[in-house]
Design a protein around this ligand. Structure first.
Ligand code: OGA
Ligand code: NI
Length: 357
């Protein structure tokens, strides 16, 4: 696979220079995977066999019912799974459908010149489009393109968002912000803190939408849609369509996160594991490449200031510590954490272990 005569960087540069992503390759009719996408033989997954996980299923929490029950369900899910699906969440179906359709429209139909103008990996840019944020850091390129929109803090000027999805994404991000605030309240209570604790320390201040597009893959068993990783922020709310392919690593088994119409997927990120001193788990997950599709997903990351100049520091929440439960992590500048996370690329190397005491 890795032979001396193979200039991987040159291939990556060539792919990058098209500014048209994986979708561009598929639109051009490639029948065989370019080498940069090939998984090493030992890491290939049989989509049919993987993700069974016996009878285990990730929890589904109804946010529209009894509050005490919701707090308890969120506590259990956050501690034992790090992942759950929510229903009764008050994000209108019309809005989720419009957002998913807009994202598909962007990836498939947006004018080439607009995509070329947006194509970037610059950290400071609020709105950008790219094929793999970590293209040059990762071992294996992922079969995925992404429209990245930083919605808070400092929302983009409306004309920075592409015409094809401006309205739908602005509306969807408002709804998800509301859901995020509800979830932070429930998670605060689940930790035995006041309901506003997590928002008081700004866990909801940053909001980034990653609007992913996974084109149908001609040789899905040789590629991966998203390499195994855990999310960097406090919390992620994910909208996935009906195609499937998302899996989480639970007790050493890959378990499917089945698409449920109307549900949203929620998972704990590294920073919430860190400040909860390991009460809540930031769990590894991945997305398989598939021959059907395309698959659309929109991941909304809640974090704090993503600014490189941020001086915000987080460590294990003092109220949760006592003699038998000492801090497991050192206090960390968010910007150092983010820098480290982005420098290593995805791929199952945990970022928070780097900050463990
Ligand atoms: C992510 C992610 C999953 C998906 O963006 O971090 O894990 O289903 N996405 O696209
Ligand atoms: Ni993720």
């Amino acid at each position: 696979m890795v032979s001396a005569d193979y200039d991987r960087t040159a291939d990556l540069r060539a792919l990058d220079a098209t500014r048209a992503g994986v979708r561009g390759l598929v639109a051009a009719g490639i029948a065989e995977l370019p080498r940069v996408f090939l998984l090493p033989p030992g890491e290939r997954v049989d989509a049919e066999a993987a993700g069974g996980g016996g009878t285990l299923e990730i929890p589904v929490v109804d946010l529209g019912g009894d509050r005490e029950q919701a707090v308890e369900a969120v506590r259990r899910a956050g501690e034992q799974w790090g992942f759950f699906q929510v229903v009764g969440h008050a994000v209108p179906t019309l809005s989720t459908e419009a957002a998913a359709a807009a994202v598909r429209g962007f990836h498939e139909g947006e004018r080439e010149e607009v995509k070329r103008r947006l194509y970037s990996r610059e950290p400071g840019r609020a709105v950008k489009y790219h094929c793999n944020f970590d293209l040059y850091q990762s071992r294996v390129a992922n079969w995925r393109d992404t429209l990245y929109c930083r919605m808070a803090p400092d929302p983009p000027a409306p004309d920075e968002l592409p015409d094809s999805c401006r309205e739908a994404l602005l509306e969807y991000s408002e709804h998800v912000k509301g859901l995020g605030n509800t979830l932070f309240e429930l998670l605060s209570e689940a930790l035995g803190l006041s309901p506003s604790y997590l928002t008081d320390i700004d866990c909801n201040q940053g909001q980034i939408l990653l609007c992913h597009y996974y084109p149908p893959c001609p040789e899905p068993e040789l590629a991966i849609g998203t390499s195994r990783h855990s999310d960097s922020g406090f919390l992620t709310v994910l909208l996935q369509d009906h195609v499937g392919g998302l899996q989480i690593l639970h007790e050493d088994q890959w378990i499917d996160v089945p698409p449920i119409p109307g549900a949203l997927v929620v998972n704990i990120g590294d920073l919430l594991q860190l400040i909860s001193n390991d009460r809540f788990k930031s769990v590894e997950h991945r997305v398989l490449a598939k021959n059907d599709g395309p698959r659309i997903s929109i991941a909304c990351f809640f974090s704090t200031h993503f600014h490189p100049s941020s001086t915000r520091i987080y460590g294990p929440i003092k109220e949760l510590l006592y003699e038998e439960n000492p801090p497991l992590y050192r206090e960390t500048l968010v910007r150092d954490f983010m820098k480290y996370y982005y420098s290593k690329g995805l791929d199952g190397k945990s970022a928070i272990s780097h900050f463990r005491l």
